[in-house]
Design a protein around this ligand. Structure first.
Ligand SMILES: Nc1ncnc2c1ncn2[C@@H]1O[C@H](COP(=O)(O)OP(=O)(O)OP(=O)(O)O)[C@@H](O)[C@H]1O
Ligand SMILES: [Mg+2]
Length: 223
């Protein structure tokens, strides 16, 4: 489904080079759930953004269903990202001037295979327990509620791959449980592939394979 081949990324700040991702190879099969742990600053977010075609690698390739993402032009790459990938960002990423419902529907504005986005968005709001907050703006929602809306948004286009960066970071245990159940349900229903950066033991244990990131490299962690 998604494959990294010898991925490398070095950032340069004030003339100094920092290699954050160094020769990562990874094959994630369709329907698989993969979790990634690692210390703060170890490059987990960078790796997800490389895999999602958001950050361009200095070297190496990202293959999505056999297509080399960076061989595509900008338009084709954006379209593929929009159709096939769902992003749950580590930090707040909602549009402040849009309601919860409109934020969830936003990815469908660029063309979609979803028949009735608003209905699907409402169903997702119900699943995340926020049906009564459809018309609320992000600033009228708590941090955890905003995060749940961002999670719902990632699912609106029924993506084949979800790239989730600490998706339950600021949720209480019960809400966390509900989100884990939602991931499980969507994985079972639609065969969605999940790549999840998380320190949550329960999410990590739900994964088919677990990895740890250290010094720019990814190492599989046995169960
Ligand atoms: N745009 C950028 N320019 C320069 N350096 C960057 C940039 N983005 C990330 N870095 C550096 O890359 C390293 C890895 O950052 P990254 O966000 O991938 O870490 P992380 O593992 O997700 O950390 P955390 O657990 O704290 O979220 C950090 O040292 C950071 O300073
Ligand atoms: Mg991060």
């Amino acid at each position: 489904m998604i494959e990294a081949r010898d991925l490398c990324k070095t950032y340069r700040v004030e003339g100094q080079a920092f290699t954050v991702v160094e020769g990562i190879n990874l094959v994630v099969r369709k329907g698989e759930t993969v979790s990634i742990v690692g210390h703060s600053g170890s490059g987990k977010t960078t790796l997800l953004s490389l895999l999602g075609g958001v950050t361009k690698p200095d070297f190496g390739q990202v293959m999505l269903e056999g297509i080399d993402l960076w061989s595509l032009g900008d338009d084709r790459l954006s379209e593929l990202r929009n159709r096939k990938l769902g992003f749950i960002y580590q930090f707040s990423s909602l549009i402040p001037t849009l309601t919860a419902l409109d934020n969830i529907c936003l990815p469908t504005a660029f063309g979609t295979a979803v028949d009735n986005p608003a209905d699907r968005a409402i169903a997702l709001l119900e699943k995340i327990g926020l049906a009564d907050k459809a018309g609320f703006y992000p600033c009228q929602l708590s941090g955890g509620q905003q995060r749940r809306v961002a999670i719902a948004r990632a699912f609106i286009n029924s993506p084949e791959v979800i790239l989730a960066d600490e998706p339950t970071g600021d949720l209480d245990e019960e809400t966390e449980r509900e989100i884990i159940d939602l991931f499980r349900e969507i994985n079972a229903e639609s065969g969605t592939t999940f790549l999840i950066v998380t320190h949550n033991k329960e999410i990590a244990s739900l994964a088919d394979r677990r990895f740890a990131m250290k010094n720019g490299a990814l190492k599989e962690v046995p169960f």
